[in-house]
Structures are given as structure tokens and as C-alpha cells.
Design a protein around this ligand. Structure first.
Ligand code: MEV
Length: 285
């Protein structure tokens, strides 16, 4: 049995989603594969796989191998993808909702924090409007003209979530105001993305980035790549995910794509080619 699950990219609403505001996430073409096999081969952090086997392995001695088409550095969500893929391999018939609940519980037990948006993306695929414990809504979007640039810096999601939480304790009103404003941007982005109004969606990315800057989760390298993409004619750009490093994203028309990609590379970023709106977790064989 081989199962694959997609990686993900946060398009709008990171951090605010932890506090009950909406976000938009898209599943990407780069996938993580898990196979039940005779030999055990799990590169990197085993905790998620072990917890999944503990949950749905019925006490059997289960061996499996995991293979990832993307580097764990990009922030594409390898922990959630491997958890979802392992659970699906153990119980392919389980309903999506049960799969989501079980995987999210495992992630929370191991990481202690997280909104679950990445788990939802791996389970349901496509592009989702997500509110923690409230909404997992597929969005009918087509041909998102996305450009992705990796900073070369691995960010620590848990630390960044905790940093924002600490700020929220110190300045609760300010943080609430920022998260609320991000939530409004996400709600408009949802409509504009379905309409395919990429120029406006780009503007909304810029607005979202301003608030992420205020939260203190952007970085010099992210700002450099974002600035380069915008100078080269992108509709808009922002960081994607926890911040600190990982990837930035931009939207660019077909005419501008190449110059935006070149600008990101020239500014010291690595362009990662991904296709958004990818399929959910699936049994391959
Ligand atoms: C990290 O990719 C996105 C955050 O919003 C954390 C989460 O939602 O779990 C910062």
C-alpha cells in the first residue's frame, strides 16, 4: 500500500488563524509518499509516523518507508503530510473528517501548537478557506499565478508561534486589532480569488504582509525577496507560513512571471516551481 499526500502553502492569514481568524491554504503538486513495506525507512523526524502507527496500527509491528518530493526546509508541511499519509495507509477507508481529527490531535500532541490548517490541506487538498474548529471550505479557484521563492533559511514554526503568543500577552489589544484586520483581508481574498481578480489579490497580499511585519515575523531576507518580486512587476507578495525564513510568495501575470522569477533569484532566493490547488491525500497502489 502506497499513499501520497500533498505539501501546502499558506496564501493568506498565517498566525491570525491560530487565534480563530480565517486563512487560505493551497495544496501543492510536491507530494510526500508513504509505503507499508518490509523494511523501515523514515528519514528525519520519526515522531509523527510513530504516533500515527500508535493510533491506527492496531498494535501490529508496522514497517514503512517515507519519501518526500520536497525538502523539509521549505515549510511545505512535511510533518502534517507524513502524519496524514501514514494514517491513510493504515486505514484507507476512514472518513476524511476522522482522518483530519486524528492527524490534528497527533500534531498537537507532538508540537503543542498549531491551527491544523496544514492537516486540512493534506486531507482535503485543493484550496481551502479554513477556520480552526469551525470551517474547512473548498474554494473553486483556478490557475493561481503563483511564484514561490525560498529564502534559504529554515524557520522554526513553533518558536514563531510562541513569540507571537508572548506579544499577544503583552499587547493584547494591538494583537487583536492586527489579527482582526488580517481576517478581513482573508475574507476579501476568498471572493477575489474565486473571481480570479489577481491584481486585487496581489494588493491584498501586500496588505497582509504589512500586518505580518507588524507582528514581527518577517525578516530581512524575506523583505529583500518580496521587494525584488514587486519591483519586477508582481501584483503583490508576502511571506508564506510562520515567517522568519522559509518561503515568500508572489502573484505575477504570465508576461511578468519570468522577470519576477529572475528578480527573486538575483536577490539571493531560490525559485521553487510548484503547482497550487493539488489533489488531496490518495492511495497510489
Ligand atoms: C505556519 O505555517 C502558519 C501558522 O499560522 C501556524 C499554524 O497555523 O499552525 C503560523
Amino acid at each position: 500500500m502506497t499513499v501520497s499526500a500533498p505539501g501546502k502553502l499558506m496564501l493568506f492569514g498565517e498566525h491570525a488563524v491560530v487565534y480563530g481568524y480565517p486563512c487560505i491554504v493551497t495544496a501543492i503538486s510536491q507530494r510526500l509518499e508513504v509505503s507499508l513495506s518490509d523494511t523501515d525507512n523514515v528519514p528525519g523526524d520519526r515522531r509523527f509516523v510513530d504516533a500515527a502507527i500508535q493510533a491506527w496500527g492496531d498494535g501490529k509491528d508496522i514497517k514503512l518507508s517515507a519519501k518526500c518530493a520536497f525538502s523539509g526546509c521549505y515549510g511545505f508541511g512535511s510533518s502534517s503530510a507524513v502524519t496524514v499519509a501514514t494514517l491513510k495507509a493504515l486505514r484507507p477507508e476512514a472518513p476524511d473528517r476522522t482522518l483530519f481529527d486524528t492527524a490534528y490531535k497527533i500534531i498537537l500532541e507532538i508540537q503543542g501548537v498549531g491551527s491544523g490548517f496544514d492537516v486540512a490541506s493534506a486531507v482535503f487538498g485543493g484550496t481551502l478557506y479554513y477556520i480552526k474548529n469551525k470551517a474547512i471550505e473548498p474554494l473553486a479557484v483556478k490557475d493561481v499565478p503563483l511564484v514561490v521563492g525560498y529564502t534559504g533559511i529554515k524557520s522554526n514554526t513553533v518558536d514563531l508561534i510562541k513569540m507571537v503568543a508572548k506579544k499577544r500577552e503583552e499587547y493584547p489589544e494591538k494583537l487583536e486589532r492586527i489579527c482582526k484586520a488580517i481576517g478581513k483581508i482573508v475574507d476579501e481574498a476568498k471572493t477575489r480569488m474565486i473571481e480570479g481578480d489577481w491584481e486585487r489579490v496581489g494588493k491584498l497580499m501586500d496588505f497582509n504582509q504589512e500586518y505580518l511585519r507588524d507582528l514581527g515575523v518577517s525578516s530581512e531576507k524575506l523583505e529583500t525577496l518580496i521587494g525584488a518580486a514587486k519591483s519586477a512587476g508582481a501584483y503583490g507578495a508576502k511571506l508564506s507560513g510562520a515567517g522568519g525564513g522559509d518561503c515568500m510568495i508572489a502573484l505575477a501575470s504570465a508576461e511578468k512571471r519570468q522577470s519576477v522569477e529572475e528578480a527573486i533569484t538575483k536577490a539571493g532566493g531560490e525559485v521553487v516551481h510548484v503547482t497550487p490547488n493539488a489533489e488531496e491525500v490518495r492511495v497510489e497502489a
